[in-house]
Each structure stands twice: as C-alpha cells, then as structure tokens.
Design a protein. Structure first.
Length: 319
C-alpha cells in the first residue's frame, strides 16, 4: 500500500503559515515603514526594492511560504505605487516647465532626463527592467509632447527649437540608447524628428534667398501639365527674357547670397556645434533644387545658358 502524504503536507503547511502569521503579526507595518523611508531618501530605491522583491517571489513557491508571499506581494504593490507617484511627479515637472520656459535653446528637462536615466539604470536589481521601461515610456512621451508644444510658441523658431532639442536628446542619450532597447526606440524617434526639422529649416532658408528662382521653376513645371514644352517660352511671365531676368536677379553676386544664407542659418542657432551639419544639409538641399532647375532650363529653354551645377557647387564649397 502506498501512503499518500499530500493531504498531510497541505495541512501542515496551512498550520505553519498560520503560525508564521501570528508570529510575524504587525511586521508588515515595519516593512512598509522601511519602504516609505527609503522612498523619501531616494525615490529610485524603489527600483532595487522592486527588483529584489520580484526576484524572491519568482524563486519561491507560494504554498511553502504563503504568509511571506502575501506580505511581499503587498510590499511590491506599494513599491510600484510609490515609484509611479515619482514618475507622475517627474511628468508634472516637465509640464510645469513647459508653461514657464523660454523658447530658445535646449530645454532644461532634456539634460535632466539623461542624468535621471543614467541613475535609474544603476538601480536595476533582478527583474525590474519592466518597471524602468514603463517609466521611460511615460516620461519621454510627455517630454516630446511638451517640446512640440513649446516649439509652437513662435512660428519663426519652431524648427530651430525642435532640431536643437532633438539633437540634445540624442547626444545625451547616445551611450544608454546603445544598451537599452526602450531608449533606443526614442533615440530613433528623436533622430527622425531632428532630420525633418532640419529639412524644413534649410528649405525655408533656401526659399528666402532664392524665392524668385524657384517660384519661376514651379510655374514652368505646373504649365507642363497643360502646355507642350516648346510653347512654354511664349507664355506670359515664362519667356526667355523672363528667365534671364530671374537668373540675373537670383544668381548675380552668388558669393554674397551664399554668405547671407549661411548667416541666416547661424543667426538663431544657440547650439553652434550643430551649424556645420546644418550647413552641409543646406548645401545638399540647394544643389538638389538647383540641379532640377538646370535640367528644367535645358528641357524648356535649350538655347539659354545658366550657371552650371559645378559653378554653383564651387561657390558653395568656397565658404
């Protein structure tokens, strides 16, 4: 005959847990006090406390230490609640800063977040990765929304504010983004937003200095939908004479215009280290636009000559 001891074991465990409960009655308040005290000293202690608690709970069977499991479950919930309060406060500080901040330059919460993220990574114990990742998701989402809103304060500086701050986010998080997938995701998002802001800004600067040239090109391109190419030079405002006037007014003294374009880029940038990259983007974008203009002239005005792409490239590279 086999003796089934499972019933006895369960009964004994039940008695043991009841004894533990009586023995440790009131101890939960002590644990809660320790958790609260640690949170007051440094809220980031929640990360390591959460990790250690979670690691213990996953390693132990619930039935062999039922009371301890219940106690630690409650403590883990409290630690999560306290850390969530800290994250909410960090988000509130960003939103508060958004209401009072100067628009230009790098916004203060960008470098602060980089410092916070570095510290948070140092507190990881066991399985608290998810707790931190959720905090990153919440804080950075609030940061990016606040940044986009702040950039809209003055339409003249929208893209400057965006490109400077997205660049600062990337620069300050570069090392961490290489090892933390959640931050890598935001790094790539910032990179995309930075590139878009740069493109809009350089396009605006180019358009300011070569507005007539590219407006003329656009009129010709639009006319090609309805008029045969050979007839376009006979249309009002698109004759060979009109072309010559536009080319002369836009490209005479090209060196001066290019200098003015560079100064315009330089004017409102507070992060001067971004200027070389921005200028390279500006030159590239202008050469692409001007290359299209040269092709258009060759197609519609084959007997007319305009400065070649090589000449314009040389003028740009001289600065």
């Amino acid at each position: 005959m086999f003796h089934d001891s499972s019933g006895n074991d369960s009964a004994e465990l039940g008695i043991l847990n009841e004894c533990l409960k009586e023995l440790l009655d009131g101890l939960e308040e002590e644990f809660v006090s320790i958790v609260d005290w640690a949170f007051k000293i440094d809220p980031l202690c929640c990360i390591s406390m959460h990790g250690i608690t979670e690691r213990y709970l996953s390693a132990q069977k619930a039935d062999t230490a039922g009371f301890v499991h219940l106690l630690l479950d409650d403590l883990e919930t409290r630690v999560s609640m306290l850390f969530s309060r800290f994250v909410d406060d960090a988000c509130y500080q960003i939103e508060k800063c958004e209401r009072n901040v100067r628009q230009t330059g790098v916004l203060p919460y960008i470098p602060r977040f980089a410092i916070l993220a570095s510290r948070m990574e140092q507190y990881i114990q066991g399985q608290s990765r998810d707790l931190i990742d959720q905090a990153y998701l919440k804080i950075v989402s609030v940061m990016f929304v606040a940044l986009e809103r702040t950039a809209q304060i003055d339409p003249k500086y929208v893209d400057i504010v965006l490109l400077e701050n997205y660049a600062a986010f990337q620069n300050s998080l570069y090392d961490l983004a290489n090892v933390v997938p959640t931050l890598a995701k935001f790094y790539h998002q910032a990179s995309e937003c930075y590139e878009q802001a740069c493109l809009r800004h350089v396009s605006m600067v180019i358009y300011i200095h070569f507005e007539k040239l590219f407006q003329f090109a656009r009129r010709v391109e639009e006319s090609m939908f309805n008029i045969p190419p050979e007839e376009i030079p006979f249309q009002i405002g698109m004759s060979k004479m009109d072309l010559r006037k536009v080319v002369k007014s836009s490209l005479s003294g090209l060196d001066k215009i290019i200098n003015a374009m560079y100064r315009k880029l330089q004017k409102n940038i507070t992060a001067e280290e971004l200027l070389p990259s921005l200028w390279d983007k500006c030159k590239k974008e202008f050469l692409e636009k001007y290359g299209s203009f040269v092709e258009l002239v060759a197609k519609i005005y084959p007997t007319e000559t305009v400065p070649s792409l090589v000449e314009v490239r040389d003028a740009l590279s001289s600065l």
